[in-house]
Write a new protein. Structure first.
Length: 543
């Protein structure tokens, strides 16, 4: 088709579409790079995924609800050599949560429920923990409910290693006799909150979350390529593969779960532009977005940045509302900058993609210029082992020999006097005190601990749990302890501090902390096992 004829056709189409769609069509039709000088810089950001032998990403930048830049990189399907396009369908990981939260908020505004209702009103299967857990606390991740993926890992089945649906999640969570913490006292990300929320939507509305969101969100916004992975066997035309890099090359890491609400949204960057525009315009009614973005105040008075699956915070002097996602080999990130009427939507099908970093690099091309301050470390470095007071996980701080510092082998960046950053967390040292500050707003104190004792024999034994289908055997192997459990065997344990060890389950890639408990006589009687989002599960000694 000649350029003039093509332009006439596009103009004709554009007159029949909404203003937001006009921008997307023009860009999807490969507008010349000269239309936006920043596009070359966007291309440079994703250059490593521009070839035909690797998966990649799709990204959209929108302003005032209109797409001003859309790009796709890499391959949608490596096995069939299908390149990615801006219409390729990816899974949005935990970015899906904001749609689940929106569904519950809609039911609240319909008068069908209150976000301050006790979750047991709708899910009586859950045990009474002696304190009310509200729907609102679940959506803000302050419920204390253990994450079902972490519980599955303790059974030998970490996320995406078996098929599970929301009923399976409910059953597993209902088996828990304890919480990670008292509701409303701490923030901890737990996918269980949103799988249970999906069940509540179904029980209150009479529709599955998939059907409810289709009728109340996707259709009204024209999100025609968006659905849920509530049946992973279902054929989805245009869906990309999902991949993880390995020493032998890329491997398939497609999602094989039917559990959804915590993740599972199948969508395109073009459809996400429409969703972001709806939030910017308060499409669903006055005050809807304010409620989505409203932070939660913990019992101790700490104001959380995490709203209803939207995290508000500063980015280079600009207010940002964002969330990231990760499931299988998919990665995602979405952000809005309300004052600038700017939004970025990013979807990738490779586990290598650090989407928050990539997305913010793109956003910076369209936001006001900012010059980051640099800080030189001063004074003695706070080395040694420090322990998260809530979880018991140890953090080993060490000098890197170059004037810098690492934690658990990962480099820290100085961001102020006594302040060191790792991705979105800041470790703040003041004298003999250490606090970890998360982007979501949590301020978790740490304790400095001494080296562990050397006598290993008292720890050896077999320990079993009533809350997960799992037993763990601990043995002395020369000068170290090893532990075995469901689907892993003979994994070494690293001493952390008194009566506490850390380890992982080898190929299962799950990090554990094992805290041995002693009885009144000083003998080892039990074991408390924690994973990153499920703490202190009791394993009683059986032999």
């Amino acid at each position: 088709m000649r350029a003039a004829a093509q332009g006439t056709l596009l103009a004709s189409i554009a007159r029949r579409l909404t203003a937001a769609t006009v921008g997307m069509v023009a860009l999807a039709a490969a507008a010349p790079a000269s239309a936006d000088p920043a596009l070359a810089q966007v291309d440079a950001i994703f250059a490593r995924w521009s070839g035909k032998d690797a998966p990649g990403c799709a990204v959209a930048v929108s302003r005032d609800g209109k797409a001003i830049a859309m790009r796709a990189y890499g391959m949608a399907d490596l096995e069939h050599a299908i390149p990615a396009t801006v219409d390729s369908i990816y899974e949005a990981g935990s970015d899906s949560k904001q749609f689940t939260a929106a569904a519950l908020l809609m039911l609240a505004r319909d008068g069908k429920l209150s976000l301050d209702d006790d979750v047991r009103k709708y899910l009586p299967e859950l045990p009474d923990y002696g304190a009310t857990i509200t729907l609102r606390q679940m959506l803000h991740h302050v419920s204390g409910l253990r994450d079902w993926g972490s519980l599955g890992a303790l059974e030998g089945w970490p996320r995406n290693s078996r098929t599970a649906n929301n009923d399976d999640v409910l059953k597993l969570v209902a088996q828990q006799k304890e919480l990670n913490f008292a509701p409303g006292t701490h923030y901890l990300y737990s996918n269980s909150n949103y799988n249970l929320a999906a069940i509540v939507v179904a029980r209150v509305s009479g529709q599955s979350l998939a059907d409810f969101t289709r009728d109340r969100i996707f259709k009204p916004l024209g999100m025609t390529q968006t659905s849920w992975r509530d049946d992973y066997h279902r054929l989805v035309v245009g869906r990309t593969g999902a991949y993880e890099a390995s020493a032998a090359g890329y491997r398939n890491e497609q999602v094989i779960e039917d559990a959804y609400g915590n993740g599972g949204l199948l969508t395109t960057v073009g459809d996400l532009v429409k969703w972001q525009a709806a939030l910017d315009s308060d499409f669903f009614g006055k005050g809807f977005v304010a409620e989505m973005e409203r932070p939660f105040v913990l019992a101790g008075g700490i104001r959380m940045a995490y709203g209803l699956a939207l995290v508000g915070g500063d980015h280079n002097g600009v207010f940002e509302v964002s969330h990231s996602g990760s499931t299988g080999g998919y990665r995602a990130w979405m952000a809005r900058y309300p004052a600038q009427k700017l939004a970025v939507s990013l979807l990738c099908n490779t586990g290598e993609a650090d989407t928050p970093t990539l997305g913010r690099q793109v956003a910076d091309l369209y936001l006001p210029a900012f010059r980051a301050k640099s800080y030189a470390p001063r004074g003695a470095l706070p080395t040694g082992v420090w322990v998260d007071r809530l979880t018991g996980f140890p953090y080993r701080f060490a000098a890197d020999g170059k004037g810098g510092m690492t934690v658990n082998g990962r480099a820290l960046v100085p961001v102020g006097p006594g302040r060191w950053q790792l991705r979105e967390d800041v470790f703040a040292f003041s004298g003999s005190a250490l606090v970890r500050e998360t982007r979501e707003g949590e301020r978790q104190p740490f304790d400095h601990v001494a080296a562990p004792v050397a006598d290993l024999a008292p720890y050896a034994g077999r320990y079993c749990s009533d809350e997960v289908a799992s037993c763990i055997t601990v043995k002395v192997d020369g000068a170290r302890l090893v532990f075995s459990g469901p689907r892993w065997s003979g994994q070494p344990l690293e001493p952390a501090y008194r009566d506490v060890f850390t380890g992982d389950a080898g190929a299962l890639e799950s990090s554990f902390v094992l805290k041995f408990q002693r009885d009144a006589a000083g003998g080892v009687a039990a074991l408390r096992v924690g994973e990153t989002r499920a703490f202190n599960l009791l394993f009683r000694r059986t032999g």
